[in-house]
Each structure stands twice: as structure tokens, then as C-alpha cells.
Design a protein around this ligand. Structure first.
Ligand SMILES: O=C(O)CCC(=O)C(=O)O
Length: 266
């Protein structure tokens, strides 16, 4: 298993790519699916906005699948062999709800933005349920990962998503930041399939119109080999501070892991 050269080129040009085969053998996927289902019942206090952040803190068994050699092999093809874990989130869209995502990317301005944004990152999406037109699959704007600074709408404090502590991306990018002239690509994922996107890729998704729940796991990784990036001393100190308690997965670990807290709500 692995990406062909064309697929890797597509990832770098367009900012996203789908693996055209299931991520795991069926038995392994079934055990991941069973674990993923257990989180739904415990996290539905607001059925319209169901995101479970810091998944591995609450459900450490997910790590077993993240350390899988297939996963690390694919990540390595996209961002290199030195890999840290950035964030783990489950996105659940219950049937009959309005949960959806306006155009956004997964990185918001924070301290040392210029430095931090030089680090290669990728987000793995695993479809526990089919992610398609009916359930509201992700739509990407090809090439949008090449621009990193973007302006967001101001959060509306009356919005239930805001009250529920949801990340700023839910309020969506300012219209001036959404350029659809290159078209939009829907990435359809059958059950058990996966895709990767650069976390600067602009994407959105519609509500789930099916009669069943749709769970999508989003696992973000970063390249821990930052030695050649010429980061400022302040940024390195900052990264060292925030990375102490994070998880190193493979290869070099110059920072003793990651910059998770740079990503709001990760
Ligand atoms: O759950 C969805 O449909 C959207 C998820 C998303 O925006 C993301 O994974 O960054």
C-alpha cells in the first residue's frame, strides 16, 4: 500500500489526496469502528455540533491505530519520515441535524505564525461511515493551501456553535477569502477509506441528509525535523514549551514532539 508518484504530486499541487483503497484490513477497521461508535453516545449534549477534540486523551486506544505502520507510511510519503502527532478529533454529524462547516482551513493565526507555518503538516481523515454527497463530504478548493494567511468572520456570540466552545473556523472565512475560480472538488470517501489534506487547504462540508450518523476521524501530523527551517529562537523556545506533553510517533524528535496548542481547538 502507498501513494503513487502522481498522487503525491496531486497532494502537493492541489493540497489534498484520497487513497483509492481501504486504509485498514476489514477486521482492523471493524475494531476501530467499534471504538469510534462508543464516543457518540457520550458526546451528544448538543446534537447540532458534535466534535470531540483531544480524542486520544479521552480514548487512548485510538493511538493503537495511529501508530499503525500503514498510517505512518502514508504520512511519511507526504511530509517525510519524522512524524509528530498534532491533534486528534472526531467529527460526528448526527442525522437530521444542521451540523456543517463553512469554508475554512485548519490553522489560525497565533504566536510566531510565520515560523510555525513553515512546518509541514497533514490531516488524515478516516471515514468510519461513508462521507459522500448525502452525508456531507468535504469539498476542497484546489491549490488553496498555497496561501496561508486568511481572514475569518467574527464569531457571533449568539451562535450555538460559539457558545459550545467550537473553534473559530465554524464562523467561516470572510467571503473575500473564498475564491472559487479554480472550482471545488468533493472528496467522496466510502466507509473505511481515507484522505489527506494540507492543513492550509480551504474546505467546507454540508449537513448530513442521510438517516444514519456520520463519523469522520481527523488525525493531524507534523514533520518534527525542523532543523533546516531557520526558525527564530523565540519560535523554537515557544515550540519546546508547548510540545513537552505531546506524542512523537517516528523518526527524529528535535523538539520532543509537537506544537499542538498552536492549532485552536485541535
Ligand atoms: O466533519 C466534517 O464534515 C468537516 C470536518 C472538517 O472540516 C475537518 O476535518 O477539518
Amino acid at each position: 500500500m502507498g501513494f503513487t508518484k502522481d498522487k503525491i504530486d496531486q497532494y502537493h499541487t492541489q493540497g489534498f489526496v484520497r487513497l483509492d483503497e481501504p486504509l485498514f484490513p476489514e477486521e482492523r477497521f471493524k475494531s476501530l469502528e467499534k471504538l469510534a461508535r462508543t464516543i457518540v453516545d457520550r458526546n451528544t449534549s448538543n446534537p447540532h455540533q458534535v466534535h470531540v477534540y483531544e480524542l486520544i486523551k479521552k480514548y487512548p486506544d485510538f493511538l493503537y491505530y495511529i501508530f499503525d505502520k500503514r498510517v505512518l507510511g502514508l504520512v511519511g510519503q507526504l511530509i517525510g519520515p519524522d512524524i509528530g502527532l498534532l491533534s486528534t478529533t472526531a467529527f460526528i454529524k448526527l442525522p437530521g441535524t444542521e451540523t456543517h462547516f463553512k469554508w475554512h482551513n485548519d490553522f489560525y493565526e497565533d504566536m510566531h505564525f510565520e515560523d510555525i507555518s513553515k512546518i509541514d503538516t497533514t490531516a488524515l481523515l478516516i471515514a468510519i461511515d461513508p462521507s459522500n454527497e448525502e452525508t456531507g463530504c468535504l469539498k476542497f478548493i484546489p491549490g488553496s493551501h498555497k496561501r496561508i494567511r486568511r481572514k475569518y468572520n467574527q464569531p457571533n456570540r449568539e451562535d450555538p456553535a460559539y457558545i459550545n466552545g467550537i473553534r473559530p473556523s465554524n464562523h467561516g472565512l470572510d467571503d473575500s477569502e473564498v475564491d472559487l475560480t479554480n472550482g471545488v472538488v468533493s472528496v467522496d470517501l466510502p466507509r473505511g477509506f481515507c484522505s489527506f489534506h494540507d492543513i492550509f487547504s480551504v474546505h467546507s462540508s454540508e449537513p448530513n441528509k442521510a438517516t444514519y450518523e456520520r463519523i469522520l476521524l481527523n488525525i493531524q501530523f507534523f514533520n518534527t525535523n525542523i532543523a533546516d527551517l531557520n526558525l527564530s529562537e523565540e519560535a523554537i523556545k515557544y515550540l519546546q514549551m508547548v510540545s513537552k506533553k505531546k506524542i512523537h510517533l517516528q523518526g527524529k524528535d528535535p523538539l520532543k514532539t509537537c506544537f499542538y496548542s498552536m492549532i485552536k481547538g485541535g
